[in-house]
Design a protein around this ligand. Sequence first.
Ligand code: NAD
Length: 392
Amino acid sequence: MKKQILILGGGYGGLLSALSARANLSIEEASITVINRFGTHQIITELHRLAAGNVAEKAVALPLEKLFKGKDIQLKVGTIEHIDLEARKVLVADGTTYNYDALVLALGSETNFFGIPGLQENSFTLKSVNDANRIYMHVEERIREYSKTKNKADATFVIGGGGLTGVELVGELADELPGICRKNGVNFEDVSLYLVEAMPTILPIFSADLIERATASLEKRGVQFLTGLAITEVNGNTVSLKDGRTIETNTLVWTGGVQGNSLVANCGIEVNRGRATVNEFLQSVSHPEVFLAGDCAVVFGPEGRPYPPTAQLAWQMGELVGANIAASFKGGKMDAFAPVFSGTLASLGRKDAIGSIGQNGIELKGAPASIMKKASNARYLSHINGLFALAY
Ligand code: NAD
């Protein structure tokens, strides 16, 4: 009998699960439905560019319908309200329900505000195309306002969190703000662009040499680092730091960390700190008909440490999940997840980047790293056939 595969989420994990399931199962063998909040597959690794106005929206938001064209994968745009694991049924906010034989949870992660008072209410986040557009429009608006009122809080921009998201965003803003200022008759020297990081350094995943390189490159373009200083409270426009200092700003972007997805955490599946636990085949350890791809799951490496929630991992998990569902339907052998780490690249604006690539962690800086970062995006897009969707 024809099986039903239901995939929740159209990000890296969800999209690749769908494409891989279809590559392994004919239309007669299985129907595949993807439910996603948006009609687009969002390249969230490039959102920092959109947030600074350095890339067009269509380059980071690819219509899922086009990516699924000719593959007989159904798309439902909607917000998932409830997952009923016992009845094997998923409820969407508009009242429609979907049954399944195999369910893929690929709902990504959520921003973690760590319970810091006033933070969620008074900050922007960078998790979607809408978030990025909101930041860009707001930044432009603040500079326009500053040109009229000279209110220093309008010319003060604070990024909270010096992980990859925060650093990539601040690099892009450092490149784009001078142009936005010029357009509005504002002297860029009036602008304060802060990156606040609780730990002693930004980007601790890189070597001291690369961290120094990134810091120097960004400082040269006007970024002021406040490291070893946690944001402890946000009250309206006032950001308080651990040492008692305060910053008055009309723009705070919070990039201080992520946590599991609350729908997944609360659906009754076994979780570890809010992220679903999986066996080596990426099946839920409590519900074998449920497969997991991406940030909403936790995968432990051989040393017992969880792998970081990254796009490259979500992509690889999705591909395996699609193939393993097909194997499970056909009574075949499922494969164990064996991730390949190609390294980490951090963009530092339009023309600069740092990276540590390959199994041996070869270090790159400047143009070679920047080119590698662009190449890695192009590789992903061509893999998912996104170039076709872009050209449309
Ligand atoms: P993160 O958790 O990696 O970094 C958050 C940073 O915020 C940390 O350095 C933390 O010390 C800091 N922080 C936390 N609380 C703070 C506070 N109160 N005040 C000031 N600073 C505080 O989060 P992220 O950068 O969003 O990354 C999330 C995941 O996505 C990671 O696994 C990352 O590797 C991945 N990612 C990868 C790329 C890339 O490969 N280029 C880009 C973006 C994100």
